[in-house]
Write a protein that binds this ligand. Structure first.
Ligand code: RET
Length: 278
């Protein structure tokens, strides 16, 4: 047994209880699914770029940036998982290897530091703001996006060792999160004004998708403590649950969100008389 300090709870479970074959493989598979979808998304955003008028294309370019960074991160995250835990043939379980790397979700947070500002910025190239100023919304998105991630990144180091720090940093992060939700709601409301009904409906769908998928991240942060302290999810179910939640959230907030924005841009391009170039 070695001292794990600020390591995340996945390592504690891997050291003390071990992972069953099913739990270990489910995490490995869901992480692989994650990066495979990002690569597929990359092709989608490149191949559809000319289906929208030039002024909307920055949105597709930003999706490409998000796909590349998420692909690399999720690839590293999947390898981190298989490098950290080793099969113990005697017990039939996977344990944290003696000289293995620790498993850490911190890579994700640093990836979000790139992706969150890009995803928020992206929508501003598709909608037309009627009252707010582009630069003001952009700067507030970036500031609160970065602060939300940095404070959450610090907090996640304390999920096992210091729950007060964990919840306080989480609460500070949540304040920035609510600011982002408030801004996004305003952007979508203004964006719906005066555009074709089909595009309005898709924008409304983007708002619902945004709400659901972005709320999954704080859910994953809280995962080990969702059912009480060291309770229901401080075990391998919590580990599998967290990685599944992240994957669903990543596919929704990056890929499906980008596809819906492309669809809005396609409707608007057509409405404005743009003929698709092939
Ligand atoms: C944290 C810390 C706990 C409190 C809150 C959080 C919110 C995280 C969010 C992340 C969104 C990430 C996205 C990534 C896409 O690439 C940091 C987990 C509120 C909302 C959309």
């Amino acid at each position: 047994m070695f001292e794990l300090g600020n390591a995340t709870f996945e390592n504690y479970i891997g050291q003390e209880q071990g992972f069953s074959e099913m739990a270990y493989q489910m995490v490995a598979h869901v992480l692989t699914l994650g990066y495979a979808v990002m690569l597929a998304g990359l092709f989608y955003f490149i191949l559809t770029i000319k289906t929208v008028a030039p002024k909307y294309r920055t949105s597709s370019v930003l999706s490409v940036v998000v796909m590349v960074s998420a692909f690399l991160l999720l690839y590293a995250q999947a390898n981190n998982w298989t490098d950290s835990f080793v099969f113990d043939a005697e017990k039939g379980l996977y344990f944290l290897g003696a000289d293995a790397d620790l498993f850490n979700n911190g890579y994700r947070y640093l990836n979000w530091l790139i992706d969150v500002p890009m995803l928020l910025f992206q929508i501003l190239f598709v909608v037309t703001l009627t009252k707010s100023k582009f630069s003001s919304i952009r700067n507030q998105f970036w500031f609160s996006g970065a602060m939300m991630i940095i404070t959450g990144y610090i907090g996640q180091f304390y999920e096992v060792t210091d729950l007060t720090a964990f919840f306080v940093w989480g609460a500070i992060s949540t304040a920035f999160f609510f600011h982002i939700l408030f801004l996004m709601n305003k952007v979508i409301k203004e964006g719906k004004e005066g555009i074709p009904e089909k595009a309005q409906k898709t924008l409304q769908g983007i708002w619902v998708l945004f709400l659901v998928s972005w709320f999954l991240y704080p859910g994953a942060y809280l995962m080990p403590h969702l059912i009480g302290i060291e309770g229901g999810f401080f075990n391998e179910s919590g580990v599998v649950g967290r990685q599944m939640t992240y994957t669903i959230a990543d596919v929704s907030s990056k890929v499906i969100y980008g596809i819906l924005l492309t669809q809005v841009a396609q409707i608007l391009s057509k409405h404005e008389g743009y003929k698709e170039e092939i």
